[in-house]
Write a new protein. Structure first.
Length: 115
């Protein structure tokens, strides 16, 4: 009985993902690809393949939002909605991680430890 052989070729590290958006993506945007949360490190024009950085557990990202999430203690869960906006609302959103420190009610930039 023969044993099936499997071979592989190294393509790149698992930290990046090729992505072709239907609409332009700005550098710094959080993009959800199936179950993965990623960040665009460079602008990606619409219908052009670019590269996203996959966010991994334990990495710290600095998040900047258009709307403050409100006063928040360290360790509070932060989610990303379908538009890529940070929120404390869990319903229908994807967990990004937890606040790295307390966030003031008017802060638009804060750090999140990815989960």
């Amino acid at each position: 009985m023969a044993i099936a052989a499997t071979s592989a070729k190294f393509r790149k590290t698992g930290d990046t993902l090729d992505y072709t958006p239907s609409a332009a993506v700005k550098a710094g945007a959080i993009v959800k690809v199936d179950g993965l949360l990623c960040i665009a490190q460079w602008d990606i024009p619409a219908n052009t393949t670019g590269v996203l950085k996959v966010l991994h557990r334990g990495e710290v990202v600095e998040v900047t939002t258009d709307e403050a999430i409100g006063a928040t203690n360290a360790g509070v869960a932060i989610y990303v909605d379908s538009s890529g906006l940070a929120t404390k609302t869990s319903t229908s959103n994807t967990l990004l991680g937890y606040t790295a420190y307390a966030v003031a009610s008017t802060d638009l930039t804060f750090s999140v430890v990815c989960s």
